[in-house]
Design a protein around this ligand. Structure first.
Ligand SMILES: [Zn+2]
Length: 323
């Protein structure tokens, strides 16, 4: 409250109040307001720079938490990378190798992204480096997964082909082990039962009673089931594809016809002694690209290691063949 001031008025012979002029009052008010404003601004400026508000404190905490979460995310990515590189290693060293596919080069698996900067939007902040690096890692992991997934698709197709191939090649013994009276004679130099001189025996002989079942040793198509080939008597030829043909000779009876499709293990005929044969037995041959090869190497399908080793010993004896 400002003091009230008076002056003496000679006309009225009395003291009169001095009225302060309105403009002066406004001026004082303006100065006061300006001063307050400047002081206010200074206060806010200082406060905002040197004192944290509760809101800022909360934001800082949130930022700290975000950085922590990013760190954890990067640790999880370490684990994902380890697992992924394990899978890639197995893929290159086992799966692709087994199916005769070329390994995928490391640089192709680890390739980043060239060309345009895809992280531009993330730049220009205090945390940019952390966020960009994390994004880059994740993008590369994602790409590695795509490459790996494509590789496995390829392997699946190759495996399917391999399955058909494995089912096709003649890979079991054509007469059951328990039906054999004797594993007679193998592939190699043997004494001819008729001439008694050494001669190359191009197949394997399995001695079994007449009528013993004979099984197809692999999937294929019957190309011949007749008795018009010299020496073989009644015989069957199965074309397995991939250059493989199996031949079953001296049969007593057929159980298949020409052009019939057969599966491995199908009963195709019965042991006999037709053709150039000394006693009931099955003479078995395998052709690969029209060359007769030793059938002993193809019995992994249904023999135990012990049985295989016994068979190997017996088949390598230079005894007399049954032809
Ligand atoms: Zn023979």
């Amino acid at each position: 409250m400002s003091k009230v001031k008076y002056y003496y008025d000679p006309d009225t012979l009395s003291y009169r109040k001095i009225e302060r002029r309105k403009r002066t009052t406004l001026k004082y008010l303006g100065v006061f307001l300006l001063g307050s404003a400047i002081f206010g601004f200074l206060f806010v400026f200082v406060a905002s720079h040197y004192v944290e508000s509760p809101k800022e404190k909360a934001l800082a905490r949130e930022l700290q938490n975000m950085e922590l979460q990013y760190d954890l995310l990067n640790k999880k990515m370490n684990e994902a990378e380890t697992v992924l590189s394990n899978i890639e290693e197995r893929d290159n060293a086992i799966y692709r190798l087994y199916f005769e596919a070329n390994p995928i080069p490391e640089e192709q698996r680890r390739a980043g992204f060239g060309g345009i900067n895809r992280y531009k939007d993330l730049e220009g902040y205090d945390n940019s480096k952390l966020i960009v690096e994390t994004n880059k890692r994740l993008d590369i992991i994602q790409k590695q997964i795509v490459v790996q997934s494509k590789s496995l698709d390829e392997i699946a197709v190759l495996a399917e082909d391999k399955e058909i191939f494995l089912a096709s090649i003649p890979a079991i013994q054509p007469v059951k082990g328990e039906d054999l009276t004797r594993m007679a004679s193998g592939f190699g130099q043997r004494i001819d039962p008729f001439t008694k001189v050494k001669k190359f025996h191009f197949g394997m002989d399995f001695t079994a009673p007449r009528g013993t079942p004979i099984y197809a040793s692999g999937d294929g198509v019957v190309k011949r089931a007749d008795g018009s080939a010299t020496g073989y008597g009644k015989h069957i030829r199965i074309d397995h594809g991939y250059g493989y043909v199996s031949l079953y000779a001296h049969l007593y009876k057929y159980n298949v016809r020409k052009n019939q499709k057969v599966k491995r293990g199908d009963l195709i005929g019965f042991v006999g002694s037709t053709g150039r044969s000394e006693a009931p037995h099955l003479h078995y041959e395998i052709f690969k690209d029209e060359v007769r090869i030793n059938p002993i190497n193809f019995y992994y399908g249904n023999l135990s290691p012990q049985e295989f080793s016994d068979l190997l010993n017996k088949a390598s004896l230079e005894n007399q063949s049954l032809d």
